[in-house]
Design a protein around this ligand. Structure first.
Ligand code: TYD
Ligand code: MG
Length: 454
């Protein structure tokens, strides 16, 4: 083997590195995902030398300038980015194919170019005509937007260096390739190398770079998870591809909070912002149906109301079926166990399905009490008053524990016309009275169930 060249096996699903071929990846447990790739040691040596040349500096001598953020003129996206685009930052936008990554970034291009910024959109997936067709659906574009169909990273690098645009979109990183590497585009080493080249360009020239990354289950395309640690910000699209709404969630952000979400709706003319997500999430709610209740979850700084649906029905299986969509499966099992033990609800021969309507995923325990009440309501086939909102964490002994920002949640409920809020007693004591809304503090899940029974 030539000097400086080694071959390594990479898991194409998670990027795990191994010296020899393995049938199953020890990191992500996927089968048959290892592919041999040739690695040249050259690039690693180059960066090490550059780093040494810079030399250490003392902390007090570093000046911090308030970064001028560039607004994308889409408030939902700005919020997820932490207040706009930071010049020289590298942003990864991930999500399933067809969810709207290209559409969102083309809209960003449209707004930036209309604001007088020079934007370069590089597509390795679609032809210029296809991009034009999409652009025509979105609206009028300024001449400051330049398009390039290219997959060779060297040419892309040269173009960026000569044009010096304010922002660059790379659609997608899986199609880009570096001639120096022999592996195929989309393989782990190509994706990693391409990202590091783009990072050097972004940091060196102060250009903001958006990278599109596909997440697929098949082993052929490297998941963008391997680049998460290289980029500054990681945004993921959530939501059902078949439904019209899309949720953009910040997973990592060096320049802001990662709790924020942006809600969009896919329309005929591209993605439009949803200003009041609660209203949107609750649209199409069934009337007077058992097993449905509205809960409140905080997503970053915003309270979002959502409908929790449960269906408990007689099981014909030896082991009853339990499913959870939109929340943690184990959490649902835990709550069902609490119901069984503390409230004497015999769920042992019932199938239980829990779903959070709207395709959103919630990990906040504040929705626990909502799940409990929805299951009880379905089990007893007793609808809950539709103007009732509920929030609170449920502990293993059936106690209802306090949650943060209770008064903000109550205000949101009031804004959307709810008349009753069931909440932890501790939170009720903190809030006191709120005009126009009845607050029912509960100490245990049993108290809450008795409230809806009446
Ligand atoms: P796209 O941005 O191509 O997805 P990705 O780049 O993430 O693969 O989104 C394509 C989907 O969006 C496609 O199913 C068509 C739909 N769409 C609309 O509904 N309205 C529109 O205005 C546009 C541009 C796309
Ligand atoms: Mg696309």
């Amino acid at each position: 083997m030539a000097k400086g060249k080694t071959t390594v096996f990479y898991c194409q699903s998670c990027g795990h590195e191994s010296a020899k071929w393995l049938g199953q990846c020890p990191a992500c447990r996927e089968w048959n995902t290892f592919v041999e790739e040739t690695i040249e040691k050259k690039s690693a040596g180059r960066t090490a030398k550059e780093r040494a040349a810079a030399g250490p500096v003392c902390l007090s001598s570093i000046e911090i300038k308030e970064q001028d953020r560039i607004s994308t003129r889409m408030e939902e996206l700005d919020r997820v980015l932490g207040g706009g685009i930071v010049p020289g930052s590298l942003v990864l936008v991930g999500g399933d194919p067809g969810i709207g990554k290209s559409t969102l970034l083309l809209q960003v291009c449209r707004h930036l170019s209309a604001d007088g910024k020079e934007v370069l959109y590089i597509s390795g997936e679609e032809s210029l005509k296809q991009i034009k067709l999409r652009a025509e659906r979105i609206g009028h574009f300024s001449d400051r937007l330049l398009l390039l169909c290219e997959t060779n990273l060297e040419i892309i690098g040269d173009t960026i260096r000569s044009r010096k645009p304010d922002a660059v979109i790379i659609d997608s990183i899986q199609t880009m390739y570096n001639e120096e590497l022999s592996s195929a585009p989309g393989s782990v080493s190509q994706v990693r190398e391409s990202t590091s080249v783009l990072m050097q360009i972004a940091k060196g020239l102060g250009v903001s770079v958006f990278i599109v990354g596909h997440v697929t289950k098949e082993g052929t395309v490297a998941g963008p998870r391997v680049l998460e640690h290289m980029v500054d910000t990681v945004l993921y699209f959530e939501g059902d591809r078949h439904a019209s709404y899309r949720i953009l969630r910040g997973v990592k952000n060096r320049f802001g909070s990662t709790n924020e979400i942006g809600v969009f709706e896919m329309r005929e003319n591209g993605l439009s912002e949803v200003e009041n997500p609660s209203e949107f999430m609750l649209s199409g709610r069934p009337e007077q149906a058992s097993g449905s209740i509205v809960a409140c979850s905080m997503e970053g700084t915003r309270p979002i109301l959502l409908e929790i649906q449960a269906l408990a029905c007689h099981s014909t299986l030896a082991v009853p079926r339990r499913t959870a969509a939109g929340m943690d499966y184990n959490r649902v099992n835990l709550l069902l166990a609490v119901l069984e033990k503390r409230l004497n609800l015999k769920l042992g021969n019932s199938d239980v399905y829990v779903n959070i309507a709207g395709g959103i995923r919630i990990s906040e325990p504040a929705i626990d009490l909502g799940v409990v009440l929805a299951v009880v309501s379905s089990y007893k086939n007793r609808p809950i008053d539709e103007k009732t909102l509920v929030f609170g964490e449920v502990g293993l002994s059936g106690e209802v524990r306090s949650v943060s920002q209770a008064s903000q949640r109550v205000q949101e409920a009031k804004k959307l016309g709810f008349t009753t809020v069931i909440l932890p007693e501790v939170c009720r004591e903190q809030i006191g009275q709120v005009e126009g809304i009845r607050l029912c503090g509960v100490r245990t899940a049993g108290d809450a169930v008795r409230l809806i029974d009446n």
